[in-house]
Design a protein around this ligand. Structure first.
Ligand code: TGC
Ligand code: FAD
Length: 392
């Protein structure tokens, strides 16, 4: 891959809305991505391998549990800082952001929010440094958009629980030490339970053949009569609102992350349009190419303002799940459209690994699907504004 010459667009001086601390965190993560991620990521994506050596650095830049309190090993940051970290990581690659999203919002968040003090002390500090990696098991082979129908069960056996079932499409599963798993108990209530690698009957086969998110490890979680100690149950939540509460946090992070991918595509296409000569002049001088770039920067600017405002609301504990759905849906869709247009602007070079655009474009096909599909988020907005539930 060519040298990383990324310059972040900021057409509306959104930087003025950020605090010095937020800018410092953003710039630190950006520098880390330039140094550690950009030089290697294309190669790992081509080989469909997760670059495990990045885990330590991700912990050091505060990407694991940015908003978890310092006393549990987190960085104790605000929500906009969390968003900016996700933006910079996804500027490098959606798979790297995915790893951090899952660890922070889908593993540390539920242990912090729904766990007891003993669970917090046992797991959070090790997850914050990356010494332990985690994954989140909600989706099943026959229950994706409708997780309430899940078939995985935990049965109370007196001195332990017995876990049976299977989860599919689980990010980080192949190497995670810890899995936060959602399953139904004898009463049919969804409960969260922490499963550890090494428990008998628990396996995590890797999913191969992905054309998207190739630098992220995806797998299944198989539970065949797994005995889980009683103390591993998350005591403070019951029902689908448990996993959906985690998704609020992860979806919010994705609304920032997708902007990173979009910015990288825009920046690459802009530079290419200034350097590539056809018909005796830079292609950036042609109106059709200018239309693409003008629309890209407009959409990025709108997305920045949406994410920033949502961050303010989140910091004030006023962001609603439907507002988060709107931002996730809009910003990921914006990014995928920009990736497609940017790829065309690079002509044949756009399909190669010399430039990051094709990788971003393929990655975003996962991002627009996971954490609730594009259509599911539209229906959440539709329900919110009309009051009618289109799911049932
Ligand atoms: P519904 O009856 O609407 O709600 C059930 C209960 O949940 C509450 N609730 C929420 N609570 C917190 N946050 C939210 N966003 C919530 N949405 C709903 C609701 O109030 C109710 O509570 P209670 O107390 O009355 O019981 O549920 P439903 O079965 O009709 O489903 C609603 C629907 C379709 C919106 C939901 O299931 C959904 O969002 N589906 C999409 C599934 C999804 O997003 N899966 C993601 C899997 S994880 C993943 O993809 C990780 S990728 C990570 C990476 O690599 O980056
Ligand atoms: P389905 O639910 O079968 O949907 C198929 C199509 O039908 C979609 O277009 C959908 O929008 C549409 N549809 C469904 N219901 C409706 C409706 N009511 N009205 C209109 N249209 C509808 N899950 C986890 O639990 N943990 C993870 O870490 C995780 N990581 C992932 C990583 C990757 C790379 C991918 C691809 C997925 C991951 N997922 C994970 C799973 C992801 O959340 C699901 O793929 C997603 O929720 C969609 O479920 P599904 O694939 O079963 O599609």
């Amino acid at each position: 891959m060519a040298t990383d010459r990324f310059i972040a667009p900021d057409y509306y001086q959104v930087d003025d809305l950020l605090t010095d601390e937020q800018k410092l965190i953003r710039d630190t993560t950006r520098a880390w991505v330039k140094k550690e991620v950009s030089p290697i990521i294309e190669d790992y994506a081509q080989r469909a391998e997760f670059p495990k050596q990045l885990i330590k650095g991700l912990g050091e830049v505060g990407a694991f549990g940015p908003y978890i309190p310092v006393e549990y090993g987190g960085a104790g940051l605000d929500q906009i800082s969390y968003g900016l970290i996700m933006q910079e990581l996804e500027r490098g690659d959606s798979g790297i952001r995915s790893t951090a999203s899952v660890q922070s919002s889908l593993v540390m968040y539920p242990i912090f929010t729904y766990g007891n003090e003993e669970q917090r002390r046992k797991y959070l500090p090790k997850l914050a440094t990356g010494e332990w990696m985690g994954c989140f098991g909600l989706t099943e082979p026959d229950h994706g958009s409708n997780p309430s129908g899940m078939l995985t069960t935990i049965k109370d056996k007196g001195d332990h629980y017995l876990l049976n079932g299977a989860k599919m499409w689980i990010s980080n599963a192949p190497f995670a030490q810890v899995a936060v798993v959602w399953a139904k108990n004898d009463e049919g209530d969804i409960r969260g339970i922490i499963v550890e690698r090494g428990m008998e009957g628990f396996t995590t086969p890797e999913t191969h053949g992905k054309w998207s998110l190739r630098a992220s490890a995806t797998g299944e979680l198989i539970f065949d009569n797994v005995k889980v100690p009683k103390e591993n149950l998350l005591p403070n939540v019951k029902g689908l609102k448990g996993p959906l509460g985690c998704l609020n946090s992860a979806r919010y992070g994705i609304s920032w992350g997708a902007m990173g991918a979009a910015m990288d595509c825009y920046d690459t296409a802009l530079r290419y349009s200034q350097e590539r000569i056809q018909f005796g002049r830079p292609i950036g001088g042609f109106q059709l190419q200018q239309k693409k770039l003008a629309e890209m920067i407009t959409e990025i600017t709108k997305a920045q303002l949406l994410a920033w405002r949502l961050g303010v609301l989140k910091n004030e504990h006023r962001a609603t799940p439907a507002q988060i759905s709107m931002a996730k849906r809009n910003n990921v869709n914006m990014a995928i459209q920009i990736a497609r247009e940017a790829r065309q602007m690079l002509g044949g070079m756009g399909i190669t690994g010399e430039y990051p655009i094709m990788r971003h474009s393929m990655n975003l096909e996962s991002v627009i699907t996971y954490e609730g599909t594009h259509d599911i988020h539209l229906l959440i907005t539709g329900m919110d504004v009309t009051g009618f539930n289109a799911f049932t």
